[in-house]
Design a binder for this molecule. Structure first.
Ligand SMILES: NC(=O)CC[C@H](N)C(=O)O
Length: 633
């Protein structure tokens, strides 16, 4: 993606099933767990750069000793920062107590983070500020070990304001308006009540408070707590947590919107947001890493037993297709193939746009994320070229000379690296006005390979706002004076906001929405259309969320897909651009063909898998209509 969109988060959990001494003997270090967490978080740095955090729990610690450690950072390089802090604290302790260097038990007692259960998180915020308090994991502390709760998640709830209000109505006073607090407090509430019930039962069986504790740990039914907590959640989520005594869990939403993968053997239980993260960190095969199913939780009890429980009845599977298009790392075997297919499937449209003139076309891509779909596109272009060669040979077969044949066979597809990314934009520019100014300089261009008679075909993975294209890339490409610039998007038109973990909350930000507005105005039906949509949104929002429909679809209804694409091309190219510009978007059908497992497509189609999604899109429209610069959740 050539522009900055905050999206996703990444989680990583690890449970060491053997004593620390085992890892020291086998792998040479009792810090095995911490090292693996570092790897898993680093391998997911693509999923969150606003902040990072890690928490660990030590099992069976004597009273008077700390058993939960947590570190969080919202510094510029947050993962590096937290591990530098961890390192620093461990090294200081080792320097102060050199006698514990070879004593694992003493190390566990004295060194922070050296536990058996870990929870890591990298954050791109979708709700609340980017303060350190909003960085996961969140901690709910208590003097009873089993009432301590640590939570982190990749999620966004559409009804977070209601959930927050519920807490306030309960008499609680959350310090921050953070969605993770609402999720954690829900789980915490039912954890407390579950513990209370168990204690009552144990008391009636004759146990006193102290004796009851270990039995509570044993009998605590985490799945019951999760079932009750998640009842009212409307959103996309993977919520991970640990309890102070050592139980841990990861729960995935019933539509499977957000991703979660796990691996387990007799040494470790691991969960992460992406499959190849686990493959590389633990050196295991693709087949050994499994997907957590929609509505399912993986629960690892303190005793090491692993349980899979259906927490919520699975609903229609709507795994986020953006994971495949852009978010997840392309090193996943399946995702790599899918991205190539995205490029390949666009080729018929591209060929039409260049009039099958592959010889006078240069093919390129926007670095770094569109590279894989580029390979797919090029393979398809190569097929076309081969077809043309065959045709020429057959046509000329009577008169063909050695030289002519060699000429035909030597025809090659012209693929070049045209756009060059100079600055890492996303790591340091957060505020809109300074971003605009810098955007123009983020891309540069390769001179000398494009002729004025050439078509220049450039693929990007998606076009959300189009700002970088407009302000930087198109202007740069135009300097090469090609006959025609064709911008190809491996994703369909983004028409509706996301509300399940990607920070795309405002309709008017989308270039597709701007195109619809512009077309409606041109046809003279703008005012009546927006008034009608607004009335419907307004009337519905007063009723129960059950009846909601996405009324914003009416904004696009009068136009064909291509009309919207053509208008986008116009909006992106101002009068300073002299080449002809065309924009080709993937169709939703072809997206599904390329990524058959991830059919979640609400940002393209407006078909939200949860009721709350319709509420959000209508609210986003009302904000747009009323001129409010608010987010819709
Ligand atoms: N991208 C995410 O998953 C964000 C998690 C959570 N909503 C936050 O803002 O912190």
């Amino acid at each position: 993606m050539s522009e900055l969109i905050k999206h996703e988060c990444g989680i990583a959990t690890l449970r060491l099933l053997k004593p620390l001494s085992f890892y020291q003997k086998k792998y040479g270090s009792a810090f095995y767990g911490i090292n693996k967490m570092y790897l898993m978080m680093e391998k997911q740095h693509n999923r969150g750069q606003d902040g990072a955090g890690l928490a660990s729990v030590k099992l069976d610690v004597e009273p008077g000793n700390r058993y939960i450690s947590r570190v969080r950072s919202n510094a510029a390089q947050p993962i590096q920062d937290i591990f530098a802090q961890i390192n620093e604290r461990i090294n200081t302790q080792l320097e102060l107590n050199p006698e514990i260097l070879d004593d694992i038990d003493a190390q566990k007692k004295n060194l922070p983070y050296l536990g058996e259960v870990f929870l890591g998180h990298v954050r791109y915020g979708t709700f609340g500020k980017n303060s350190i308090e909003n960085v996961h994991p969140f901690l709910r502390q208590n003097n009873w070990m089993h009432r301590n709760l640590i939570v982190a998640g990749n999620f966004n709830m559409t009804n977070v304001n209601e959930l927050f209000q519920n807490l306030v109505e309960l008499g609680q006073h959350p310090k921050e308006k953070a969605d993770t607090v609402t999720v954690m407090e829900k789980i915490g509430h039912f954890l407390d009540s579950e513990v209370g019930k168990l204690y009552k039962k144990l008391k009636s069986e004759g146990y006193n408070k102290k004796e009851a504790s270990p039995h509570i740990v044993e009998q605590l039914k985490v799945h019951k707590i999760l079932r009750k907590s998640s009842k009212d959640w409307d959103g996309g989520y993977v919520i991970a947590g640990m309890l102070g005594h050592g139980d841990s869990f990861v729960l995935r939403d019933p539509n499977g919107i957000r991703p979660a993968y796990y691996y387990k053997d007799d040494e470790v239980v691991v969960v992460a947001s992406e499959r190849p993260v686990i493959q590389t960190a633990f050196n295991v095969a693709y087949e050994d890493v499994h997907e957590l199913m929609p509505g399912e939780a993986i629960i690892t009890k303190k005793d090491g037993s692993v349980h899979f429980k259906t927490i919520l009845k699975p609903r229609e599977r709507k795994a986020c297709s953006f994971e495949r298009i852009y978010f997840s790392r392309g090193s996943d075997a399946e995702i790599y193939k899918e991205r190539k297919n995205l490029g390949r499937l666009l080729m018929p449209e591209v060929l039409k746009a260049i009039d099958y003139d592959t010889m006078n076309s240069v093919f390129s891509y926007i670095p770094n994320t569109a590279e894989t779909s580029f390979y797919g596109m090029v393979e398809a272009a190569q097929d076309e070229l081969n077809r043309q060669k065959n045709q020429a040979i057959l046509k000329e077969k009577e008169s063909l000379t050695d030289e002519r044949l060699a000429n035909i066979l030597n025809l090659r597809l012209r693929t070049e690296k045209i756009a060059v990314k100079d600055v890492k934009l996303r790591t340091f520019i957060t505020e809109d006005s300074s971003r605009d100014d810098l955007v123009a300089h983020v891309y540069d261009v390769t001179y000398g390979v494009v002729k004025p008679t050439d078509n220049l075909v450039v693929i990007d993975d998606s076009i959300v706002r189009g700002t970088t294209l407009k302000k930087s890339i198109l202007k740069m490409l135009d300097r090469l004076s090609p006959k025609k610039i064709i911008i190809v998007s491996s994703a369909p038109q983004i028409r509706y906001p996301d509300c399940y973990g990607i920070d795309m909350a405002k309709l008017e930000d989308f270039v597709a929405f701007q195109a619809a507005v512009s077309l409606l105005k041109e046809r003279g039906i703008y005012q009546e259309t927006v008034d009608a949509v607004y009335d419907k949104c307004k009337n519905q929002s007063e009723f129960a969320s059950q009846a909601e429909q996405n009324h914003v679809k009416a904004m696009y209804e009068p136009f064909t897909y291509e009309e919207v694409s053509d208008r986008i091309a116009q909006l992106l190219s101002d009068e300073s651009i002299s080449s002809e510009v065309k924009v080709i978007y993937q169709t939703v059908d072809k997206l599904h063909e390329a990524c058959p497992k991830n059919l979640g497509d609400w940002y393209f189609t407006g078909d939200y898998p949860t009721q709350g999604g319709n509420k959000v899109v209508n609210k986003a429209f009302m904000n747009f209509y009323e001129g409010k610069n608010d987010r819709a959740y």
